[in-house]
Design a protein around this ligand. Structure first.
Ligand SMILES: C[S@@+](CC[C@H](N)C(=O)[O-])C[C@H]1O[C@@H](n2cnc3c(N)ncnc32)[C@H](O)[C@@H]1O
Length: 278
């Protein structure tokens, strides 16, 4: 896969990948997404009546957690680039019988909402995909009320260790370059703090939390590869190469299993900040 710096090419690639994986994204192996969404809202503490914007909502996990917390009277606007992720999010919202979430196909880096409108902007595992994260965060200040909050999550560098590194080695051994994982851009607490401070926020708080668990087997790890951004990289291989890689990689990963199963490290950074009042 060639590296590009053109924002539209990057966004199209992101959209294609998430459109492709939307159907399987909510599989139980990836239950860290709803865990992190719930934890994020426990930190952000939205209250009834508030207006929330959930950016890069994906299948809507954080939007749902927020929508439950701001009832009655509150409303969530949830945006994403991927129509298929949003279609899944709409189905998830319906399952929860929530009527206070609206979905829009919209770029997080070009918000189309009115000024001074939201009490809270949340973004779970999205900011590190942005082509210019600092510019995006600066632009969010416009739509936040004075004193409004933001919260976003990112992964620590050891996420999915050691399986993710082994997968990378397997891909490279098959002759395909492995792009630098986007999450590494915000994998340090200092970087997260610096990003929001330089974007103009105050009251910055950065914390991390281990949200990992044991997978039953190496096949559950493959569910993560197949239904996450890794799939976009895997797709550069021919189907027969994918089969060989899967067999060899999973045989290696199976060696890690203990009586508890296969440990999935998911250490997450949560960054919170506020728009200055004046
Ligand atoms: C790893 S998923 C996270 C989804 C969800 N927030 C969660 O925690 O499960 C990243 C999401 O960010 C979206 N995304 C990436 N760049 C975006 C952008 N510039 N604007 C809107 N959505 C974006 C992708 O389409 C994808 O749905």
């Amino acid at each position: 896969m060639s590296e590009t710096t053109d924002p539209q090419t990057i966004k199209s690639r992101i959209t294609r990948t998430f459109d492709l994986i939307a159907e399987g994204y909510d599989n139980p192996s990836q239950r860290f997404f709803p865990f992190a969404a719930d934890y994020m809202m426990a930190l952000a503490k939205p209250v009834p009546g508030e207006r929330v914007l959930d950016v890069a909502t994906g299948t809507g996990m954080a939007a749902i957690a927020a929508a439950q917390a701001i009832t009655p009277g509150g409303r969530v606007q949830a945006i994403d680039l991927s129509e298929n992720m949003l279609a899944k999010a709409q189905r998830n919202v319906s399952k929860h019988a929530l009527a206070n979430v609206d979905f829009h196909v919209m770029d997080a880096e070009a918000l189309e909402f009115r000024s001074d409108y939201f009490d809270l902007i949340s973004c779970a595992f999205g900011v590190f995909f942005f082509t210019d994260a600092q510019r995006a965060l600066k632009s969010w200040l416009r739509v936040l009320k004075p004193g409004g909050r933001i919260i976003f999550s990112s992964f620590r560098p050891n996420v999915f260790h050691p399986m993710a590194g082994w997968f990378r080695e397997a891909i490279e051994a098959a002759g395909v370059p492995f792009p630098e994982p986007a999450w590494l851009r915000l994998a340090e607490t200092d970087l997260c703090r610096q990003l929001v401070e330089e974007a103009g926020y105050c009251q910055v708080q950065v914390s991390s939390k281990q949200l990992g668990y044991h997978l039953a087997s190496e096949n559950d790890w493959w569910e993560i590869i197949w239904n996450s951004g890794f799939r976009g990289i895997l797709n550069a291989l021919k189907p027969e190469q994918q089969t060989t890689l899967r067999e060899q990689h999973l045989a290696q990963v199976a060696e890690l299993k203990t009586a508890d199963g296969l440990w999935l490290d998911v250490e997450v950074i949560f960054t919170q900040a506020q728009k200055p009042v004046s």
